[in-house]
Structure formats: C-alpha cells, structure tokens
Design a protein around this ligand. Structure first.
Ligand code: C2E
Ligand code: MG
Ligand code: MG
Length: 605
C-alpha cells in the first residue's frame, strides 16, 4: 500500500482515493485507502497498529457503491476486543464521512478524509486535534467543558449520528435491528466476494404464523411478550458468530455464518424451529408458537443484501402457503413459482381494470323437494394465454395484494343486479337466493356491511336472500373485529354460511361463537361416500348433519357427483345439495334458463 508521510509544512495533494491519517501515540502516518483495508495487530493487516489493547483485526474499511464503511473487527463478523468509536460513538458499522474521527483506543486514533479533498497539513492537524479533544477514546466529553462553538459542533454531530441504542437495537426485544442485520449480511457478502469465495453463509427469515390473531384476540401486551420470548430463545439457539435480529413486526432474521454446507444450515434451522415452537405460558395463556422459515444460501451467488433477504422472504412465504410451521430453502423452482405469481399478479390487476372477470353460477337445490333454491356465485378468469385460471389460484393473490376488496365490491354489485333481474322475471316462479363467497380479508373492514346494504337497497332486494359464505377457519381465528362485522351482517338480515366445513378440524362447539345459519359440508367428505375411505366420511357427514340440525343450522352438501351420494344425503335429511351431478357452474344466461325451467330430475332419483 502506498503511504504518504506528512511533511509538517507541505499539504497533501488531491487524491482520487480516500485517505486515513493514523496517529499511534506520537507517530502520524497518512495512507490512501484501497477497496478494502484491514487495521490491527496482525502483521498481515494493511495498517499495523502495535499498541497494547489493539485486537489482531481491530477494524476494516471497505468501499461499496462509492461509499466507505468502517466495521468493528473483520468482515466475517469477528469483532475487536475493545470496540471501535467514530466521533465518540461506539459503532459496529458506520458509513464514513469527511473528517470522521476514529478511536481504536486512547492514543490510537485516525482521521478519515474523502477523495478529492485538498487540505493543508496545518489545517488537517488542527482539525485532528480538535476532534481528538471532542471525542477522546470513546468517551464523549461533557458539554460543560466545551466552549460555545464546540458545543454547537457536538450537538450537530449528535443529530447526524443517532444514539447507538436506538440505531442498532430493536426497542422491544433488544436484538440487533434491521439495519444492523443488513450491515452484517453485507459484510458476509463482501467477505465471500473479495476474500474467500468458498465461504458459505445463509440468511433465514422467520415469521410467526397467526401472530395477528394472537395480537388481536389476546391483546398487544401478550403479543409483545411473545415476541420478547421468541427473541430470547432465538438468541440462545444460534451459534457464536451468527446474528439474530428482529426485522420488524413478527419477522426475525438470522445470519448463519461460516457454514460447512447447506445441510448444516438446515440442521441449525431445524434446531431453531424446535426450540422456538415449544409452548409458552404468557400471563394466563398457553401459546403454541408456530413458525414459517425461509432459507437463502450464499451458494446462489448473491451480489446484494436485498437479493439474499428477498429470496429468504420468498421461501418463507412459500413455506407459509404450503401449510405453515415448516422451513423451505429457496431454489430455482420457488423462483419460477414466485415469478409466475408476480406475472399473475400483474395480469390480475389488468383484467380487473378492464372488467374482464366473469361470474358463473352453480345451482343449489333443496334435497327435500328437489326445488332450485338459488345459486352460488363463483368467479371465473379467462386468461388470454393460460386459459381458465381457478379462483383457488387467483383469490389468494388478490387477498395478498389487497385487490380482493375491489374484486369483492364489483362482484357484490353484479350479483345483486343479477338477483334483481331474476326476481323481476315473470318466467321465474321460485324465489331465489344467491350465495356470495366472502374472503376473511373483506370481513376485517366493516364497510362490507354498508356495501351490501347499499346494494340491497339499490336493487330492492331482501337481505335474507343473500347468503354470505365464509371459510371454516374463521370460526377458530375470528377476532373481535370479524365477530363485530358478523353480528352487524346478521342484524342487517343477511344469512351466514360456513364454507368447506370439516376440513379445518374445527369442532361444532365453535359454531356458537358466531351467528351461523348454514354449514356447507366440504366436498372432500361427499366425494368419499360410496368410495374408498367411506366409513370416516360417512361418520363425519352423519354427525355434522345431526349436530347442525340439533342447534337449528341448515346443511348444504357440496360436490355431489353421483346418484349414490345424492341418495345417501337425502336419506340423512341433508337440506340442500350442490355438485356436478346436479349442474356444473354455468354462465348467467344459462343460469337464467335453468331458473325458468327448473332442474331436470327425471334421470336422477
Ligand atoms: P367454494 O366456495 O367451496 O366453491 C365450490 C367449488 O367447488 C367451486 O370451485 C366449484 O366449481 C367446485 N365444485 C362444485 N361442484 C363440484 C363437484 O361436484 N365436484 C368437484 N370436484 N368440484 C365441484 P371453483 O369455482 O374453482 O372455486 C374454488 C374456490 O374459489 C371456491 O370454493 C371459493 O372458495 C373461491 N371463490 C370462488 N369465487 C369466489 C369469490 O367470488 N370470492 C371469494 N372470496 N372466493 C371465491
Ligand atoms: Mg363457496
Ligand atoms: Mg365450498
């Protein structure tokens, strides 16, 4: 490394690189800084400091995106024994600015000068000593020692550099915070890129499943305590040299450094998952934490922190949507799925804007008197390249990106208009009802009640003829807010149905939590009637019908596909039926024709 020695009279020339003036006791040296320089007692360092108390690798300065950073220790994450101060503040990572004053320890200090700076030696030394006086080896001088101008300078410095407690640690859990974590991952990337290409590390993104429900139902204090407990467990089960942080909300990040292989990362993740999922007693509540974890490993050649964290996040979301409580390593397949979803997300936005979604209607019939009682409205998306896309694919996307409200509002209006047209048709004798699927996301906002009421008034409809279908998990996961909306909907006269009942393992005892009118037995039970595994399905279906009737709730069987199923359900006194045997979902015109003629039962039973 080229060194420029200070000539007491001369001045330092303009340099294209930054430079560092180092004072060790009474020796001064000025050196230009290359892309990465290490400072410490190790003879292999670029700047060798020999004083007692200086660590082998006390600090590292590196250049990234035209900015210089200094870190305590080395880029692998090993920190110095005595710490590092910049402008009187202990730092772990710091972006260097002109005239930053670095203290390694008392009497061993440095002064940073940005490229293209031209200073006379006298001016530089004057600045150096002034800073040295202000920021003596890590201890900020009390302002009573300072005269007015220095006081002002110190105050302006302290607004530039926030309190380390706030800037480095998360206020609730005292784990390192997001920016602290990002700097460590950055250092790991730099180490791999510039020092050891074989170096393996991994980033984990950990998200607590159903945290919002815990927060909403048990209160924020319990939620906070849960986060603190999780943070404590996390910091005890990572290895020395790793870093755990709270990224925000219920999201934690872990940097697993210096791994032998990706398998090692998986083993550590398993250990973390086991430890964090153990039951917790918070106040009077027993909580079973469940976590979804995404892993991204440095093997994929990341260049940026954002890249590796983004992929860990994608893997974490993948783990969540694939059943939660698991960990997934980011790979090419997940990348393709994510890209596909991103594309679908864009296309969905377009199709909604262009009014390109359609509504199909599937008949619901009374199994007692075989009359058509109404239809379930089901969304259809005919994609220009991909053909029909199932609502089971695009509804979760719309829920995720918030479009569900726009889609839901449009659907409510269109379905109400259709029902009014059937009501006003002289060719339709039956008084029909429509079932509308409502996403739990829509129930979080009570404006849905007003939206539905506005439409019933606009089209002059009886709210009792609108049945709102909500998935079963709402029974277990309902919050105070959803409960409130449910009650408002019920008071406004709408009918409430639980969709796909039986798959979510919620017991019938949950039913009295919400004012429910109808249960829709999931088609997976109906499908097995008369087939393999019939006994369990028959028992479950039989019990659901009997118990629902005993508390005055009507039952609809979904997915009736054959005559045997139909006959068995009629025998069990199931109230209503729906399924391909009776009719597939059909467009509005066909549904109108069917409503006029009624269903043809001659070949059925
Ligand atoms: P779901 O509400 O349980 O709707 C019944 C699903 O079962 C429909 O699928 C229907 O086409 C299908 N189905 C009906 N009879 C049979 C049968 O005999 N055999 C079989 N194998 N399947 C049958 P679809 O239309 O693909 O809808 C899937 C899910 O997407 C719906 O399940 C519902 O959860 C959701 N969905 C559809 N439209 C909307 C909507 O407007 N809003 C919301 N939030 N969700 C919707
Ligand atoms: Mg439904
Ligand atoms: Mg269903």
């Amino acid at each position: 490394m080229e060194k420029l020695f200070l000539d007491k009279k001369g001045s330092i020339k303009i340099a294209s690189k930054a430079y560092l003036i180092i004072r060790e006791k009474s020796n001064f040296s000025v050196s230009q800084i290359n892309k990465i320089v290490s400072i410490g007692r190790d003879p292999k360092n670029d700047f060798i400091l020999s004083s007692k108390g200086i660590s082998r690798r006390h600090a590292t300065i590196y250049l990234k995106d035209k900015c210089y950073f200094i870190v305590d220790g080395d880029l692998k994450g090993n920190v110095s024994t005595n710490g590092l101060w910049v402008n009187g503040i202990k730092i772990s990572v710091h972006q260097l600015d002109n005239y930053d004053f670095i203290s390694f320890q008392k009497g061993v200090e440095a002064f940073f000068i940005m490229p293209e700076e031209c200073l006379s030696t006298g001016k530089m030394l004057e600045l150096f000593f002034k800073k040295s006086f202000l920021f003596a080896s890590g201890k900020t001088i009390r302002s009573s020692f300072l005269n007015g101008s220095e006081d002002r300078e110190l105050k302006s410095q302290s607004t530039l550099v926030p309190d380390p407690k706030n800037s480095m640690l998360d206020g609730l859990t005292y784990l390192p915070n997001r920016s602290n974590f990002f700097s460590r991952v950055e250092r790991a990337l730099l180490f791999k890129e510039q020092i050891d290409q074989q170096y393996i590390f991994a980033v984990l993104l950990i998200d607590l499943d159903r945290f919002k429900i815990i927060n909403d139902s048990l209160g924020h204090l319990v939620g906070d305590e849960l986060l603190v407990n999780i943070a404590e467990r996390l910091s005890t089960c990572i290895r020395e040299g790793d870093m755990a942080c709270r990224l925000g909300g219920d999201e934690f990040g872990v940097l697993l450094s210096d791994l032998n292989s990706l398998d090692e990362a998986k083993l550590i993740t398993q250990r973390i998952q086991r430890s964090l999922s153990k039951p917790l007693q918070i106040q009077s509540h027993e909580i079973y934490p469940s976590l979804s974890i995404g892993i991204a490993s440095s093997n994929l050649g990341y260049k940026t922190v954002e890249g590796i964290v983004r992929d860990a996040d994608t893997a974490m979301h993948y783990a969540k949507s694939n059943g939660k409580s698991k960990f997934i390593v980011f790979n090419e397949k997940i990348h393709r799925t994510a890209t596909n979803l991103f594309q679908l997300d864009n296309d969905l936005r377009k199709v909604i804007k262009q009014d390109g979604l359609q509504i199909f209607y599937q008949p619901i019939v009374s199994l007692k008197d075989k009359n058509l009682t109404g239809f379930e409205a089901l969304l259809r998306w005919k994609h220009s390249d991909k053909g029909f896309i199932s609502p089971s694919v695009f509804i979760p996307i719309a829920e995720e990106n918030g479009l569900i409200h726009q889609v839901g509002d449009w659907l409510i209006d269109a379905v109400c208009q259709q029902l009014a047209s059937w009501n006003n048709s002289s060719n339709i004798k039956n008084s029909l009802a429509v079932n509308i699927n409502i996403s739990p996301k829509q129930l979080m906002d009570s404006s849905i009640v007003k939206r539905l009421l506005d439409n019933t008034r606009k089209y002059n409809l009886d709210p009792a003829k609108i049945k709102l279908e909500i998935i079963e998990s709402i029974l277990m996961e309902s919050t105070e807010q959803t409960k409130k909306v449910f009650i408002q909907l019920k008071e406004a006269g709408f009918q409430l149905a639980i969709d796909d009942f039986g798959v979510g393992y919620s017991s019938l005892s949950y039913l009295n939590r919400l004012p429910i009118d109808t249960l829709k037995i999931d088609k997976s039970f109906v499908k097995k009637i008369g087939g393999d595994g019939e006994t369990t399905s028959i028992n479950v279906t039989h019990s659901i019908i009997a118990l629902a009737h005993s508390i005055g709730i009507k039952v609809v069987a979904e997915g009736i596909e054959n005559l045997y199923q139909l006959a068995w359900l009629r025998q069990q006194k199931c109230d209503y039926g729906q399924g391909y045997l009776l009719s597939k979902p059909i467009d509005a015109n066909e549904a109108s024709r069917l409503a006029e003629k009624g269903l043809d039962w001659t070949w059925k039973c």
